[in-house]
Design a protein around this ligand. Structure first.
Ligand code: GDP
Length: 330
């Protein structure tokens, strides 16, 4: 079941030609998969994807060859090595290397083959740890980064700058969007590498199945995060691809946040209301708060429409329906 947002105005996209080939890099991931679904709902006729086994996005010559043969006109760059606070902090070398390479090869191949427009997806972790809240686009590079995700953040910042410099130096129409924390169908549920929402869904679900009395939540519960359903993000991406060609990056979020403690209570209410919650303060909290200022996106005519509670219910239904095949389970 798709949880559709209300931004149906975009059924009449003005600029995008649905018959032109569109490449979604990273279609097996949660974000890429949601963009493919959205494009397909909108009637795009040629949605191109490439599995990791057929194309290593870190290898420039393979990527150039793939672009020359497939000739995409629009590119959504949603590929990358991603993960939650634990994976980010323990595999910083991998996160930095893989993401730097993937961004560089795809952007360069898009330039060489004269792609009409490219949308690069970053992340809200690009912003300094102690940014003023809500975080506006101009906080970028104004202070030190959060150490638990520095490698990933540096790669993502390099990706933004790459697109901006390609726009300035070569005149490429390459734009960049910075989503907040995401969740939804086809998330990663591996407890070591996942983000908080899929981790909580899985922990409460497994505790219910096994009749356990306590669920552990990492950290103090006090950090605050903003959560955007991935179907909303996909919708925002198509909106930006259609109507935005500025050099500056654009934040994508809901404009509201919750504490991790509140989030845990919400998930408990949906999955297993009888269980007790305990906080494991030996685990890192990460950034104290990460709430995006979404005024620029609002001025561009887009807002999120999937509220957190129905969004979590939708994600949990997906998890139950796909338990045995869900990423990171088993
Ligand atoms: P972040 O936004 O980059 O910090 O990414 P995460 O989604 O991994 O973590 C967000 C917050 O949720 C952090 O404060 C974590 O300590 C907290 N958290 C609580 N329980 C969990 C869990 O089981 N997994 C993860 N990844 N984070 C958790």
């Amino acid at each position: 079941m798709a949880l559709r947002s209300g931004n149906l105005a975009y059924m009449q996209y003005s600029e995008l030609n649905r018959s032109k080939p569109v490449f979604v890099a990273g279609h097996n991931g949660m974000v890429g998969g949601a963009i493919v679904r959205r494009l397909s709902d909108l009637g795009f006729e040629q949605i191109l994807t490439a599995d990791r086994s057929e194309l290593d996005l870190r290898d420039q010559s393979s990527v150039n060859e793939w672009f020359s043969s497939n000739k995409p006109e629009y590119v959504y760059l949603a590929a990358g090595t991603v993960g939650g606070i634990m994976a980010n902090s323990t595999r910083q070398a991998e996160f930095l290397y893989d993401n730097l390479m993937i961004h560089a090869t795809v952007v360069e191949a898009a330039r060489l083959t004269e792609v009409e427009k490219l949308l690069y997806l970053g992340s809200s972790c690009i912003y300094p740890r102690l940014s003023e809240q809500p975080i506006s686009e101009d906080c970028l590079l104004q202070g030190p980064l959060e150490p638990t995700n520095e490698g990933y953040a540096i790669a993502k910042i390099a990706g933004i700058k790459l697109c901006q410099f390609y726009a300035q130096q070569y005149g490429c129409n390459f734009i960049t969007a910075m989503p907040t924390n995401l969740y939804g169908p086809n998330d990663n549920y591996d407890l070591e590498s996942s983000h908080v929402l899929p981790a909580l869904i899985r922990r409460f679900h497994d505790a219910k199945s096994e009749g356990e009395e306590i669920v552990t939540v990492w950290g103090s519960g006090s950090p605050r995060r903003e959560f955007l359903h991935v179907d909303d993000l996909a919708d925002a991406c198509v909106h930006l691809m259609d109507g935005y060609s500025g050099v500056e990056h654009v934040n994508v979020g809901t404009g509201t946040d919750v504490s991790i403690a509140k989030l845990a209570h919400l998930v408990r209410q949906i999955v297993y209301p009888e269980v007790e919650i305990e906080f494991d303060t030996s685990k890192p909290d990460g950034m104290p708060r990460k709430l995006l200022d979404v005024s620029k996106l609002s001025e561009l005519g887009w807002r999120a429409t999937i509220d957190l509670e129905p969004g979590i219910k939708h994600a949990y239904d997906w998890f139950c329906d796909n338990y045995s095949e869900a990423r990171g389970v088993g």
